[in-house]
Design a protein around this ligand. Structure first.
Ligand SMILES: [Zn+2]
Length: 213
């Protein structure tokens, strides 16, 4: 008797109804609704926190690379996306990860110098202006660059736009201002990661350690 049923694909994980009609790589939320164009764009920029086997944070990967590590069995999911997002391909559906962990330990050389970035500096100073305590959105060079000040962790502080404008190219002694703390480079491997992130999934924070104030 001839087999009238189409040959079944060796599905690793069956996709939910309707998934096959979606284009490969389409995303939906937990209710099966497609995400709109704007959030599709933001999902392409989405990053996944990669941990070593020891749960030490290593880097923030593009979602696509994280999926490849999972599919190849080189990593496992620690936390899925809190909104329950699902990535659909033609033959399978994968829950979008937020935090993944390598299956085998990798030894990473320690670099003590942490790149100075706007995101990292604002985080070091808790997003507060060091001069007035208002919300900071700019970086101020304590010794102005026009006076030979360097663009470094120990000469840069978070500042509100108002204080930054008032300070301009003057020194603190000229203004009679004081710094409440001596600015220093933050310490710890997680700062290399934090310094490159403009925003992190709240699920990452326990693995990134508490940033020094
Ligand atoms: Zn201020």
């Amino acid at each position: 008797m001839p087999d009238r049923h189409p040959r079944r694909q060796p599905a690793v994980q069956s996709a939910p109804a309707g998934a096959a009609r979606r284009s490969p790589g389409a995303l939906s939320n937990g209710t099966g609704q497609r995400t709109n164009g704007q959030s599709q764009t933001s999902w392409r920029k989405r990053r996944v926190l990669l941990l070593n086997t020891t749960f030490e944070p290593l880097t923030a990967l593009p979602l696509r690379r994280a999926i490849v590590l999972l599919v190849c069995g080189k990593a496992e999911v620690v936390h899925c996306d809190s909104a329950g997002m699902v990535l659909h391909s033609a033959s399978r559906a994968i829950e979008v990860p937020s935090v993944i962990r390598l299956s085998r330990f990798v030894k990473v050389p320690y670099h003590s110098n942490i790149p100075l970035t706007r995101a990292g500096l604002l985080l070091r100073d808790n997003y507060r202006c060091v001069y007035c305590g208002a919300r900071a959105e700019t970086i101020d060079h304590v010794v102005p660059r026009s006076r030979g000040g360097t663009h470094s962790w120990d000469n840069c502080v978070a500042s509100c736009a108002k204080c930054n404008h008032r300070k301009a190219d003057k020194t603190l002694s000229e203004l009679g201002w004081e710094l409440p703390v001596v600015p220093r480079a933050p310490r710890g491997r997680h700062w290399r990661l934090l310094a490159r992130l403009s925003d992190a999934d709240p699920q990452w924070l326990p693995y990134l350690g508490k940033p020094a104030a």
